[in-house]
Design a protein around this ligand. Sequence first.
Ligand code: NAP
Length: 482
Amino acid sequence: MADWQGWMRQANYVAGEWIGADSGQTIDVTNPATGEVIGTVPACGEAETMRAIDAAAAAFPELAGMGLMARVGLLWKLHDALMDNQAALAELLTVEMGKPLTEAMGEIAIGAQYVRWFAEEARRAKGEIVPAGVNGRRILVTKHPVGVVGMITPWNFPSSMLARKVAPALAVGCTVVAKPATATPYSGLAWAALAEEVGYPAGAVNVLTGSARAIAGAMMARDEVRKVTFTGSTEVGKELIRQSADTVKKVSMELGGNAPFIVFDDADLDAAAEGAIVSKYRNSGQTCVCANRMYVQAGVYDAFVEKLVEKTRALKVGDGREAGVAQGPLIDKDAVAKVEELLDDAKAKGAQVALGGSRHQLGGSFFQPTVVTGATQDMAFATEEIFGPLAPVFRFETEEEAIEMANATRFGLASYAYTSDLGRAFRLNEKLQYGMIGINSGLITTVEAPFGGVKESGLGKEGGSQGLEDYLDTKYVCIDGI
Ligand code: NAP
């Protein structure tokens, strides 16, 4: 048995010390699969965050001034610490969040890959020498760490969403003040424990739990915080963008999605159905890149639905720690109510339930994997993020119609299409208004590529070389009289 409790820190990490809230107050943390309280975390607020920002500002010159290979070496150790403790960290993640253990193992592994990727990218954070317009001048373009970075993350990927922020920040010498989601704080606090274990200087990494408004408010107010990176809902993201104006911070925003999943007549239908399962039901439908709307061309509509229903029926629902479970509970009962609301709206407008459609007999926040046919653009899930195990299948006739329906949303994060026509794949790449496009793939997140959205899905990229760039300021020096 992995020692997941050994990584469950019921305290906050500020300036290299494990602390409680000044008020002494705590917040309960619950296992969504059982409803049991597994522990508490401090209910910190503005004062503790101010001290964390002071510590991060004080640690910045040390981390930024450290030799590059010393900083890279710390990241290598961080990678190894994650992988050496993968099973324990994954179980902790499953206990507080609910996702199946195999998915949690994958999340810790991809987090470690992000750490390794950014250790490699930091060595290539190159500047430029640009030809000057007049003789006697040289123009140098150089890169510099932005400074203290505030980070706010959601509950659906409580470990890897921090990996994509913490790793590039530390790689270039930025220091960190992070606030994980209240529902899943332990995977975030584990990053502080890991940073402590591998020897980061005090203040380089600070992690706080408690009031989102108070903690974020302090981050947004302080000049020393030069960048805020947020992953979460579009509504909160917009609020943070507004708040960033007063101190003109850099912002990265990884916000909501409403991914179309388009299946053309010429697609490999088995591959499309398999991709749909991965894209739709991973994390019980609670990912920002989950297929939200399945658009299927008329000629293969019935055949695709049959395959999708068959594969969906085979998904085992249960406690994520049980062997063979493919779908855990939803994060809480509000999430279940939201799925029911979207389903009721669709049924009232003529959709039919082909599979599932109700709460699961396990009770709590478990919901049956559900497939709905006859979906239309006037139904609420055509424009809203479902964030649950509900797959609505829409029908379309032509490529133009599919693209128009797919783009008819304020979101622009991930999109997917299955086709064997290469020309069509290029047309989709040009016409789909999305930051990410999976052609014949339902699983596209990878450390080498820039993850991020367009439209109201966000600003900035995580992963790829672009993911490092977001933590760097560009300066230019003009040397004259040469
Ligand atoms: P959320 O409600 O926006 O919460 C995200 C984080 O923001 C949490 O830490 C939360 O703290 C904090 N927060 C809440 N209200 C705040 C406020 N007024 N000011 C500052 N911070 C505040 O989102 P969620 O429900 O946790 O996550 C689901 C959303 O995240 C979905 O829309 C999903 O698509 C999106 N997401 C996007 C990506 C991406 O890469 N684009 C990845 C994953 C998820 P508390 O927990 O304390 O409330």
